[in-house]
Design a protein. Structure first.
Length: 275
């Protein structure tokens, strides 16, 4: 049996203390196998970005353990080195260095890790070709579209051949077409490179493009399932929506738009989907 790439054990994170304490993560137990493409969903403040920060060794837990690629992150002696060789980050805002070309931005994480300048340049050009931007290698970020800048950010995240890529709302600042292209690119990288990818998102379309969806609420994972059919995912979205909650609550007034019989049918469907 393959060891998990990610494992959290009774993971909790509390910010502050006393009456003002906020429990951002609450006893989270999670395993992710190598090569999985996972979406982490949930409302604002549910803990999904905090979980991503824990997996990337950007924050420390209050309780519990976080293991990534066989290492207990609480016991790392060289955190920066771990992040450089094991984890690639993609954020909603690309965070490219404005005075560096696309090629130089992709090369930057390799400084100190790939000794030869020629090797760094060859690797960076290969990654730019991988994301379809080899012809934009000499362009500065302000000469590129938003979608192109995010593609450069993905290439940069892959610079040191990480085992894990963490993406926090990678399509949040893009139009729908550019967002769809980024999703397609991430999926292709997952399939062709075998890179494990975890994506935080509010967008159901983003989540449906992955292989597995985790739903969080109040610092806990409340649902964990594998994606099989996009239409089924639309039904699941209904089941966990405000409308779904209303249909489940038999004490609420009947919905005006549908008959009581139709509401009863929907209630049975939602109960099944939430199991």
């Amino acid at each position: 049996m393959t060891d998990p790439l990610i494992e959290t054990i009774h993971l909790s994170k509390v910010y502050g203390s006393g009456e003002t304490a906020v429990r951002a993560l609450d006893d989270v137990n999670l395993t992710v196998a190598p090569g999985e493409f996972v979406a982490i969903m949930g409302p604002s403040g549910c803990g999904k970005s905090t979980l991503l920060n824990m997996l990337g060794a950007l924050d420390q837990p209050t309780e519990g353990e976080v293991w990534v690629a066989g290492e207990n992150l609480a016991k790392l002696k060289h955190v920066d080195d771990f992040r450089a060789r094991t984890v690639g980050f993609v954020f909603q805002l690309h965070n490219l260095l404005p005075t560096l070309t696309a090629l130089e931005n992709v090369e930057a994480p390799m400084q100190g890790r790939v000794a030869s300048a020629r090797e760094r340049r060859d690797r960076a050009m290969h990654l730019l070709a991988l994301v379809g931007l080899a012809l934009r290698a000499k362009h500065l970020p302000n000469q590129l579209s938003g979608g192109q800048r995010q593609r450069i950010a993905i290439a940069r995240a892959l610079a040191n051949n990480p085992k894990l890529v963490l993406a926090d709302e990678p399509t949040g600042a893009l139009d729908s077409q550019s967002g769809a292209e980024i999703l397609q690119l991430l999926g292709e990288l997952n399939r062709s490179q075998g890179t494990t990818i975890a994506v935080v998102t509010h967008d159901r379309r983003v989540a449906q493009a992955t292989q597995r969806i985790l739903r969080m609420q109040d610092g806990r994972i409340v649902e964990d399932h594998h994606v099989r059919d996009p239409l089924e995912e639309d039904l699941r979205a209904l089941a966990f929506s405000k409308l779904g909650e209303t249909i489940l609550d038999t004490e609420d007034a009947p919905l005006q738009a549908i008959t009581p019989e139709e509401e009863a049918i929907l209630r049975k469907l939602i109960v099944r989907l939430r199991k």
